[in-house]
Every structure is written in structure tokens, then in C-alpha cells.
Write a protein that binds this ligand. Structure first.
Ligand code: RIB
Length: 354
């Protein structure tokens, strides 16, 4: 009873502290996302197209997308203040995409270029798996000169989210300039080997399996192999690695800790396209709320699981209300955390890789 009262007292104190900080003029806490915006065309197909094949799409949908935009929308839907710095083309999609952010109360800072806006053509099969072709367009032109105009805003970030859909030099500039001032979460998606120069400046690096394969320059045939590879990679680059393992959850490796968080079981998966982005958005929100790392990863796995039950990309990002509702339903039983030294015992419970 006494413990419960203490915990409740602590929770109230934390809530009051967050509330107080949010009310201080000019000291509003915020997450800044620097990254891409795409116009996503999603085709629902029975199975993903193979070489030389023509397939019929069952449905076609169009969304605001791009890894940067999705993460910004994810952050805002989970209730944190969000600022998004991105690049649009001079086409009609640029106008359409830029009009979307006010719906989520996101402060938008956008560079405009003469190229087309970014576009993504996505196939999603009946199992919810996807294949994506991206035309970078204006995203490839997002540059440091533009971002430097907003250094006074970037200085105020509590946390910065980066992804790989804008030039690596632009990301590197942000990492070098703000890396010591606030945590930076780098999603190396898509990954390129050039990222290995400067990657250590990020506070957290969050590849999925295929991105990790590109970064480490190795192919992995089992979960055991990829976990071994991740351990070595962490030691070599001294980074904090958050490895997104899809249906196997997430593995965490830092100088001082390593563990795995298993995914939520029994979800009705309809589309996994936005899962990685919702993971990063939720991870950032959890860190901003002051969650300790293990709790933050569990929250991110939970939220990304929910996103797979929704169709689309930015549209799939869950709101804090959806998250709370599912948390209540599962009564805190999932996702589960497993210590890495215990992992051998659990291999049987994990699904085959990939
Ligand atoms: O991570 C999903 C995103 O990847 C899609 O929205 C698409 O635009 C591609 O960039």
C-alpha cells in the first residue's frame, strides 16, 4: 500500500513537472523532425510483383508519406509538440502535401525547389508486407543553408529525429551542430555505406534488418547471427544500436546494456509500411516524456505494433488515445522484455528469420 502511494506521488510529481515546463513561455518542449516528405501511392495487391510480371491492384490509395513526414505526424498524434523541417517541389503535390501538416498542429519549415516533390510507389500484399520505390525529388535538395536559417529553432529542440531520405551531408551537419546539445535519433532508412562516417555522432541508431545488413556489410541467415553481428557492430562503432526486427520485436545494444523486446502477439496485421516510422516517433515521444530506456523501447514496440493494424503510412500512426485503449485491453502484459543473456532460452518462441 505504502509503495503504491509512493509510486502515485512520483507519477503526480512527474506529470506536474511536464505540465509546468509546457507552460513556461518560450520553453515549450518539442521534438524536431528533419527529413523527407513524399506523396505515397499505395497499391493493394494479392502478392508482390515478380520480375517481368504484371499484376492487378485491388485498390489504390494516396497518402501524405515520406519517412520524415510520417515520423512528424506520429509524434504529433501521440501528443508531443512537433516541428518539421522538409523540402517540397514546385508541383501540385508540393502544395497538397504542405497543406496537410496544420491538421496535426505541426509547425512546418519548408524549402522549395524546382524539382518535383518526393513520391513513393508502394505495393502492399495480403500479408501486409510491402515493396517501395521512391523518387527523392525535392528531398534530395534539402540543404544545410536552408536549415541554418532556423538554427534558433533547432537550438530549442529536446530531441531531433533524422532519417536517410535526405542527403547524408545534411544529416551530418545536424549531427555535428546539435549532437552535443540534445539527443538525436538517426533512422538509417534507406541505409548507405557513407553513413558509417559520422554515424557515431547520433545518440541512437535505429536500422531494420536489411538496413543493418547494408551498414555492417554482411548477410544474416538467422536471428542468432544478426544479434551476434549487432553486438560486434555496437562495439566497433561505440553507438547505441536499436535494431528493429519486425515480427521479432526489437534488440537494444549499448556500452552498458543489451536486451530484446518481443512484439505484441495476436495483432491483425494489415499493413507494415509505417511500422518503422511509428517506432521512431514513439521512441522519441517516450524519451521526451522522461521514460527510462527499457520502458521507451517497450512503448515504441507497442505503438509500432498498433500501426500495423491500420492502412497507409502517416494515416497508420496511432493516436495516444488508441495506444491507451490497447494498453488497457492487454493490461500491461505485452510487449515483454528479455535480457540478452536469457535469449538462448527464448529462441524457440521467436519466429524464424527473416
Ligand atoms: O517508411 C515508409 C515511407 O517510406 C513511405 O511513406 C514512403 O514514402 C517511403 O519513403
Amino acid at each position: 500500500m505504502e509503495r503504491m502511494i509512493c509510486e502515485l506521488y512520483l507519477k503526480i510529481q512527474i506529470m506536474m513537472e511536464i505540465w509546468k515546463r509546457k507552460r513556461q513561455p518560450g520553453c515549450e518542449r518539442m521534438i524536431i523532425v528533419v527529413g523527407s516528405t513524399n506523396f505515397d501511392t499505395v497499391m493493394r495487391v494479392k502478392s508482390l510483383t515478380r520480375d517481368g510480371e504484371t499484376t492487378a491492384a485491388k485498390r489504390i490509395q494516396q497518402y501524405l508519406g515520406g519517412k520524415g513526414a510520417n515520423q512528424a505526424v506520429g509524434v504529433a498524434k501521440l501528443g508531443s509538440k512537433c516541428c518539421f523541417m522538409t523540402s517540397f517541389g514546385s508541383d501540385w503535390t508540393g502544395k497538397f502535401l504542405s497543406s496537410k501538416f496544420s491538421e496535426f498542429n505541426i509547425s512546418l519549415y519548408s524549402q522549395h525547389s524546382n524539382d518535383l516533390s518526393g513520391q513513393a510507389f508502394i505495393e502492399v500484399n495480403d500479408a501486409g508486407m510491402n515493396r517501395i520505390i521512391v523518387y527523392s525529388g525535392a528531398n534530395a535538395l534539402l540543404d544545410e543553408t536552408f536549415l541554418d536559417q532556423y538554427s534558433h529553432i533547432l537550438e530549442r529542440a529536446d530531441l531531433i529525429l533524422l532519417q536517410g531520405e535526405v542527403p547524408w551531408d545534411t544529416n551530418l551537419h545536424i549531427l555535428k551542430t546539435y549532437g552535443k546539445k540534445c539527443p538525436i535519433v538517426l533512422d538509417p532508412a534507406p541505409a548507405i555505406p557513407e553513413m558509417l562516417v559520422g554515424i557515431e555522432k547520433a545518440t541512437f541508431v535505429t536500422p531494420n534488418e536489411s538496413e543493418f545488413s547494408i551498414l555492417s556489410g554482411k548477410q544474416y541467415n538467422s536471428l542468432e547471427e544478426i544479434l551476434e553481428g549487432a553486438k560486434d557492430f555496437q562495439k566497433k562503432f561505440r553507438i547505441t544500436l536499436v535494431l528493429k526486427l519486425g515480427k521479432n520485436g526489437c534488440a537494444f545494444f549499448s556500452d552498458t546494456d543489451s536486451f530484446i523486446v518481443s512484439p505484441i502477439n495476436g495483432l491483425k496485421v494489415v499493413d507494415t509500411t509505417g511500422a518503422g516510422d511509428s517506432f521512431n516517433a514513439a521512441f522519441a515521444v517516450a524519451l521526451e516524456m522522461g521514460y527510462e530506456i527499457r520502458k521507451a523501447i517497450k512503448y515504441a514496440v507497442f505503438v509500432s505494433g498498433i500501426s500495423t493494424m491500420n492502412e497507409g503510412t502517416s494515416s497508420a500512426m496511432p493516436t495516444d488515445i488508441e495506444v491507451q485503449a490497447l494498453e488497457k485491453k492487454l493490461s500491461g502484459d505485452q510487449p515483454k522484455l528479455i535480457e540478452l543473456q536469457e535469449i538462448d532460452k527464448h529462441f524457440r518462441t521467436f519466429k524464424t528469420f527473416p
